[in-house]
Write a protein that binds this ligand. Structure first.
Ligand code: GRF
Length: 212
């Protein structure tokens, strides 16, 4: 089917600035091979939900507290994904480590962004401001952001896109975090989403056998 858009779900837990960057890119036509059809947040207070609602996108709040266990939490998420026929999951500051079974189910169909140049400053426990604190502690002169597929290793999946950002003398972790967002995350995440969606639709258009 030509010109089909990949149905995307974004998962978020916090402010949702990456979600916003994706929604803005969609609005501007920079993401045209896919469409955000659903936003799932796992915290009642997540501002990401407000952003999604403002954009008129179906928004569902599913918390582990309410569902009771990781298994029930994931089952509730899966139900929503199936209802909306979601084909690609985009994790945007989603603070929950999904089970291997869930990840396997969406193998090569789930993306994440990490605020460093992986494999540096990644893995279990490396999230939020700590990533930038560790980069400054180590004295790196360049950091950045990485978009990668999600696999069972935390921050260990295949890298899709990276962008470097200079560290400046005297940077605080907060300043560095903000620069990485402005100069890398909000740029490469929409680009990577479009790239992956375009690849997914291109694959569909390939005939499975050659004509005689
Ligand atoms: C970003 O720094 C992202 O790299 C990380 O979590 C943060 C989410 O921020 N995975 P936001 O909710 O998109 O504003």
């Amino acid at each position: 089917m030509l010109n089909r858009k990949i149905r995307i779900a974004v998962f978020a837990s916090g402010g949702g600035t990456n979600l916003q960057a994706i929604l803005d890119a969609q609005e501007a036509g920079k993401i045209h091979s896919g469409e955000v059809c659903l936003v799932i947040v796992n915290r009642e207070s997540a501002y990401a939900a407000e952003r999604a609602k403002k954009a008129g996108i179906k928004t569902v709040i599913i918390t582990k507290k309410k569902t009771g266990s990781q298994e029930a939490f994931e089952a509730a998420i899966l139900k929503e994904l199936e209802k909306e026929k979601i084909e690609l999951i985009v994790l945007a500051g989603f603070m929950n480590v999904l089970s291997e079974a869930f990840i396997r189910h969406y193998e090569k169909r789930m993306l994440n962004i990490h605020p460093s140049l992986l494999p540096s400053f990644g893995g279990q426990g490396f999230y939020g401001l700590l990533v930038h604190e560790k980069a400054l502690e180590r004295g790196v002169k360049v950091t950045g952001a990485t978009v990668h597929y999600v696999n069972e290793l935390v921050d260990g999946g295949e890298i899709i896109m990276q962008k470097a950002v200079d560290v400046k003398d005297g940077d605080t972790p907060e300043e560095l975090q903000l620069r990485v967002m402005h100069e890398a995350e909000w740029i490469i995440y929409p680009e990577a989403v479009e790239k992956v969606c375009a690849e997914m639709t291109a694959k569909e258009e390939q005939p499975c056998r050659k004509k005689e």
